[in-house]
Write a protein of this length. Structure first.
Length: 359
RNA sequence: UGGGGCGUCGUCAAGCGGUAAGACACAGGAUUUUGGUUCCUGCAUUCGGAGGUUCGAAUCCUCCCGCCCCAG
């Protein structure tokens, strides 16, 4: 086995964080012919941005780790793609009154899109990342499964890899717990062992969305906040600052807490109501990506990260998929992903277009 | 300027002589590769103002200020 691996060339996507660093370390120990690559996304910008996960800092840290492990390190300039595929879409979606998930787009277009293509072009057999997910194969092919550390499960963001790319991807951390990863990093004396978890949208940077939208020349207009009856309850700062199911930030005092029910981009209005009005029977999804032979009749649907999946029925409808929950769910949000599971296995996913059977 | 009612945290609102509930909002924190949800914590030494009665008042009395309603 080890002898086989020696011949395999693997490129590890390195963000400069603990996870991808340990992923590299483990692969190196296993004997792969390894190299590290960091995507330069051109978002260091001025001092205002201060990107955490993909800035100059990241490149430096990744390089230090590669040096420590003793593997080559490449820096690939994906700034243009980042701007077009991820940031551009992020802004466009928000202006439509939807809530995009840039991490999904980044995985689809950059990490497992461009970067994977590039790695193949450079002669690598595999692309590895520090994501927490498992890949297992049986007679029917390769399946993506939830990782050992359920608390760090990142399969929600990984479904867009697509079925055909699965055999070219490695997730060395899938069987480990986060604490083990940190311990491994510390024991190996990696320079990034104590680094904090990444969070926030990497390209928005520190601080607020407002400065991000300003920098990108978006004209944001304040407007009315109304209830289902059309009564004006308050004003919003601009549609882009809200998402469905959101409670805070409305500034409206009311006998009960109010949640965002709808975002009407055309009317520049936000509709709010009580929590129970947030429920839907199902949703329609597009931009479907199936990791199996086809959509099963039943599955478990996860409609937002960190929300537990719920039993549902599936109905294919042309290039769309109907997901019908056994029990009504709150805050179905257009633009977010719905990911479908069969037990621990990821069946596939898509982008939510709208809710079905709203109140 | 006849009569009646009301003024407690940003908003709504308990309290009715015993030493300021609660809700919403807001702020901070926890959690987290999407600024959603959820959870935790904080948030009126003070009750429109000034006097008075009382051991003690937001609660009783007086006057003033400000709103609202009904009359003429």
């Amino acid at each position: 086995m080890a002898a086989q691996k020696k011949h395999k060339k693997v490129l590890v996507a390195m963000s400069g964080g603990v996870d991808s660093s340990v992923a590299a370390l483990l692969l190196k120990k296993e004997g792969y012919d390894l190299a590290g690559a960091t995507m330069c996304l051109g978002i260091a910008e001025d001092g205002a941005g201060e990107a955490k996960c993909c800035g100059a800092d990241a490149v430096g840290d990744a390089r230090r780790v590669c040096d420590a492990i003793g593997i080559p390190h490449y820096v690939l300039d994906f700034a243009a793609a980042m701007e077009e595929k991820v940031i551009g879409r992020f802004i466009a979606e928000y202006r439509r009154g939807r809530t995009p998930n840039p991490c999904v787009d980044c995985n689809a277009c950059l990490k497992f899109g461009l970067l994977l293509d590039r790695s193949r072009a450079m002669g690598f057999d595999y692309l590895a990342t520090g994501h927490y997910a498992l890949l297992e194969s049986d007679s029917r092919g390769i399946h993506m499964r939830k990782p050992a550390d359920r608390g760090k499960d990142q399969t929600y963001f990984l479904y867009p890899i697509g079925r055909t790319a699965l055999d070219a991807v490695l997730f060395p951390l899938g069987g480990l717990m986060k604490e083990e990863v940190r311990r491994i990093a510390a024991e190996a004396g990696l320079p990034v062992a104590g680094k904090a978890e990444s969070q926030d949208i990497c390209f928005v940077g520190r601080g607020n969305l407002s400065t991000f939208f300003e920098r990108h020349g978006c004209d944001i207009h304040p407007g009315e906040i109304v209830n289902r009856s059309g009564r004006v309850l308050g004003r919003h700062r601009g549609i882009v600052y809200y998402t469905i199911g959101q409670r805070g930030g409305l500034g409206i005092s009311h006998p009960t807490p109010l949640y965002v029910l709808e975002i009407d981009a055309a009317a520049n209005r936000i509709v709010v109501g009580n929590k129970d009005e947030l429920r839907s029977r199902g949703l329609t999804a597009s931009a479907l990506i199936c990791l199996q032979d086809g959509w099963p009749l039943r599955a478990a649907a996860k409609i937002r990260y960190r929300k537990k999946e719920v039993p549902c029925r599936l109905e294919a409808k042309g290039d769309k998929l109907l997901v019908l929950f056994d029990e009504q769910q709150e805050a179905v949000t257009p633009g977010q992903s719905v990911v479908l599971y069969d037990g621990d296995t990821v069946v596939g996913g898509g982008i939510i277009e709208g809710a079905i059977g709203e109140h």
